[in-house]
Design a protein around this ligand. Structure first.
Ligand code: DAH
Length: 353
């Protein structure tokens, strides 16, 4: 019977075409050519209508077999070509995991931040809390309320950065602007005392600014750590004991402390504090320039005039204060010969700490 022969040919050609397809696109084209609406099997089956009722079942059976064998050949070929395609894609997109990775340096704490933290931790351990004040400060808090006379040299525009007022009309010279970049953290003392009643035990770390040219021992912007205690019955002995404790925690248990008389407008009496050199144990070395001592801070008993400005009763309370440069403490503790290293962001320097 012609139709059955034709179906047999169609199957053989079809299977050949399926086997010859070498990618999924051409296989799909073969599928459409065979089994699609306009495909050759569909076309052949149109001949079914012209057959007699006796012939039809046999031809129908053959055509079903042909369809099934084409469909399973298509499915099998699709599976083969599909996994070959996947393998090819995986090979093309493969990542070479033998290439060394690019190392990302994790950030680290700057040495000055670390020293601020170390000093803060020591005083927090004594019950102090941390206080802050503005870096753009009023002349009143930076100088006047700290008992600094109007003609004090630190008020000169050659020492202090004055800030012009918003109108821009005020020249940035002494006496013509009330706004400045604080030259010390001591104004935080006044701000704290204005807003608190004793007992006061605070530590105030922060940035300060001075019109200095950067050199090994000066920076125009640096970091101070201020301390203030106001309570009943506070004496100079409390100050000395506190500083001894600090020096030993910071520089080692063998350290000795020495106070030399000094002058600050806001303390009376005032002193500068030296710690015995931790490198040579006080014998004398390059670090301490042969003296055996390192100067670490200024301090004193709060002047009653400052209490007057800040609204603290000087009959009832006494207090002490101290201030240190974090860069200087860091340089002494970690043997850094030039303060400029702290601001130059040279990774070779920073990575050492
Ligand atoms: N403010 C002083 C300075 O910048 C340091 C200082 C000295 C702070 C004595 C104090 C103090 O609180 O009592 O040189």
């Amino acid at each position: 019977m012609a139709l059955i022969d034709e179906l047999g040919r169609l199957r053989d050609d079809g299977l050949e075409a399926i086997a010859a397809s070498d990618d999924l696109t051409s296989l799909e084209a073969v599928r459409i050519a065979l089994l699609g609406k306009k495909g050759s099997l569909t076309a052949a089956l149109r001949g079914l209508g012209g057959l007699s009722a006796e012939e039809r079942p046999a031809v129908g059976k053959v055509s079903n077999e042909v369809r099934t064998s084409l469909e399973s050949a298509l499915a099998a070929r699709e599976g083969t070509l599909g996994s070959a395609a996947l393998r090819a894609r995986l090979a093309a997109e493969a990542v070479d995991i033998t290439l060394p990775g690019r190392r990302r340096a994790p950030g680290r704490e700057h040495l000055i931040a670390r020293v601020v933290r170390e000093v803060s931790d020591i005083f927090i351990g004594l019950g102090y809390t941390i206080a802050e004040g503005p870096e753009v400060e009023l002349d009143y808090y930076n100088f006047t309320a700290l008992n600094t006379p109007p003609d004090h040299p630190a008020r000169n525009a050659s020492d202090t950065f004055y800030v012009e007022d918003l109108s821009g009309e005020t020249a940035a010279v002494r006496g013509e602007s009330d706004v400045l970049l604080r030259t010390q953290t001591s104004p935080v003392q006044v701000r704290v005392m204005e807003n608190a009643t004793p007992p006061i035990y605070i530590l105030a770390p922060g940035r300060v600014y001075r019109r200095d040219v950067a050199d090994p021992s000066h920076l125009p912007q640096f970091t101070q750590i201020e301390g203030l205690v106001v309570d009943e019955g506070i004496t100079f002995g409390d100050l000395k004991g506190t500083l001894e404790h600090f020096a030993r925690e910071m520089f080692g248990p063998q350290r000795k402390v020495r106070l030399r008389p000094h002058f600050f407008p806001f303390t009376e009496p005032s002193a500068e504090v030296d710690v015995s050199c931790h490198l040579c144990d006080g014998v004398g070395c390059r670090m301490c320039k042969g003296s055996g001592w390192l100067e670490i801070l200024g301090c004193g008993v709060v002047d009653p005039n400052v209490f007057g400005f800040a609204g603290i009763d000087p009959e009832r309370y006494t207090g002490f204060a101290f201030g240190m440069g974090a860069e200087r403490i860091a340089a002494l503790k970690y043997g850094v010969p030039d303060l400029r290293h702290f601001v130059e962001s040279d990774m070779r320097f920073l990575r050492q700490f």
